[in-house]
Design a protein. Structure first.
Length: 283
């Protein structure tokens, strides 16, 4: 990891957040409300407003994680989730013209994986997968210490793979409870903490589906480590048993035996991972 100071920016549904990152040090996090339903230029101005709070002549580069598919080479953002006007935004070009330093743009799930690789549970592993389990399922893949995004930033989208009568995301995310049983996921979680048998049973079912997803990841990437992020990770103890039961049915027994699964403890992984886009680029 280099000693340069990099701005990491995490663009979300209602806010854009950022900080200056230097090795293991992160500055005070700044936040800016974004006009999610505003024009392309209005949202861009909100990103500028946040960046202006952080930029100075000591900054080497800017990394930005966005909830969308990205043309990584050109830094073009396509169809950003929650921001209707961002259909095709040449974010890298506009940011570089504005600040005159290198800018790196990538998907937020890829940034999560990079954040874990450089700052979290993924340190010291050559190959790993970061799996975000929230409203949906996102993923980022690290191979030989470098992020693998695929030709069109589509690598690691495990949640979109066909599964049963839908896709993995339908059964493996926090939306599983509503999708399948019409229940509020947060209420199920609260009841599980009170040892409610029906709620615990639902998490066991979730674990079975997630275990099948992990088997699919083993067959495609055979990583050393999978790091779980997103809100569902807080319920890990309720679904880990059935998840591992499914993983152990993997045909590649050594891959299943050697695989490690960790739960993210990293705060601000999106910001740190966005900054790490610079470290990944200069390897």
């Amino acid at each position: 990891m280099n000693k340069e100071t990099v701005i990491g920016i995490d663009l979300g549904a209602t806010n854009v957040r950022g900080a200056c990152v230097n090795e293991d040090n992160i500055s005070e996090i700044k936040s800016q409300r974004i006009r999610s339903n505003g024009t392309e230029q209005e949202v861009l101005e909100d990103v500028f407003a946040l960046t202006d709070k952080l930029i100075d002549n000591k900054i080497t580069a800017i990394g930005i994680g966005v909830p969308s598919v990205v043309d990584i080479e050109e830094g073009i953002v396509y169809d950003a989730v929650w921001i209707p006007s961002w259909k095709e935004v040449h974010l890298k070009k506009k940011m570089e013209e504005h600040y005159h330093i290198p800018v790196f743009v990538n998907n937020d799930a890829n940034c999560f994986a990079l954040g874990e690789h450089y700052f979290g549970k993924g340190r010291g592993y050559d190959s790993m997968v970061g799996l975000t389990l929230g409203t949906g399922v996102g993923g980022g893949v690290i191979i030989n210490n470098k992020l693998y995004s695929g030709r069109n930033c589509g690598a690691g989208e495990f949640g979109c793979v066909d599964y049963l009568d839908n896709v993995y995301e339908h059964y493996c995310s926090g939306s599983f409870f509503k999708n399948v049983y019409g229940l509020d996921g947060q209420e199920v979680f609260e009841k599980a903490k009170q040892n409610d048998p029906a709620s615990l049973k639902l998490y066991e079912e979730l674990g079975t589906h997630l275990g099948n997803a992990v088997k699919m990841i083993i067959y495609t990437y055979d990583p050393e480590l999978i790091v779980l992020g997103g809100s569902v990770r807080f319920a890990y103890k309720y679904f880990q048993k059935t998840m591992w039961e499914r993983i152990r049915t993997c045909l590649f027994s050594k891959s299943a035996e050697r695989l490690k699964i960790e739960v993210s403890e990293l705060e601000n992984s999106g910001i740190l991972g966005a900054a790490a886009l610079y470290y990944d680029a200069i390897q």
